[in-house]
Design a protein around this ligand. Structure first.
Ligand code: MN
Length: 233
């Protein structure tokens, strides 16, 4: 048995830094692009943003080989911009929210869509569909000061080289500062927190041997490969 005292937080590599970003919590925005809300046929497009969390150890890095997860027949990708938090921030407002941003990364909100839909239908939490092992791939973090204005960027997601999602961040319903401010009214953000900011239209099922690549302007790309489900041990 591994010693409890050798456990450490997941570390996400940071551009031009020897030390990784130690992940504390992983927050995700439930819906943040009108076209994705329409493809999911859910909700009022003007609803307040809402949030869920994934376990910290769900974080996977660029190049990860991720086994097809248990308990699903509809495993899907959602390419997203990820915000890395570098300072304590609570009960904030959009005009100050970027003060707590350390940097940005590419991410994939891996989803067991069948379990998520079942949760929605039965008015249960989204957790089985969203908060499972290896469900939060995150690319190398680039410090905010080297990126400048992330809002002008765009996101492209390809599966086996075919473009499946493409959007511009200006199409977000809630901007990055608005998301941060809203989360900070419910939780105290702390250094090490990651925020997945929602996905546009084009989500879909993936299978063993599929490769998913997320590209965002100014950030290193993120690629994962799905492999066969692990044998029960
Ligand atoms: Mn998502």
């Amino acid at each position: 048995m591994q010693s409890l005292w050798s456990l450490e937080r997941p570390l996400v590599p940071v551009q031009d830094q020897d030390r990784g970003f130690p992940v504390r919590r992983v927050y995700c925005v439930g819906r943040n692009y009108v076209d994705h809300i329409r493809e999911m046929r859910e909700g009022d497009e003007r609803d307040d943003p809402f949030f869920f969390q994934k376990p910290t150890d769900a974080v996977e890095l660029d190049g990860a080989r991720i086994p097809y997860p248990q308990s699903t027949h509809d495993f899907q990708f959602e390419g997203e911009l990820v915000v890395a938090v570098g300072a304590k921030y609570r009960n904030g407002t959009p005009d100050t929210a970027l003060e707590c941003v350390y940097g940005y990364a590419t991410g994939i909100d891996l989803t067991r869509r069948d379990l998520q839909k079942e949760s929605v239908a039965r008015s249960r939490p989204w957790e089985p569909g969203k908060s499972f092992d290896q469900s939060a791939p995150c690319g190398r973090i680039v410090p905010a000061e080297t990126i400048g204005d992330i809002d002008g960027g765009d996101l492209t997601v390809s599966v086996n080289g075919d473009v499946r999602q493409r959007t511009r961040f200006e199409l977000m319903i809630w901007s990055v500062p608005e998301i941060i401010a809203q989360i900070s009214k419910a939780y105290t953000l702390q250094p090490g927190d990651l925020i997945f900011t929602g996905t546009p239209a084009g989500v879909g099922a993936i299978h063993p041997n599929d490769t998913v690549t997320v590209e965002i302007t100014g950030l290193p790309s993120l690629t994962i490969t799905i492999i066969d489900q692990q044998e029960e041990s």
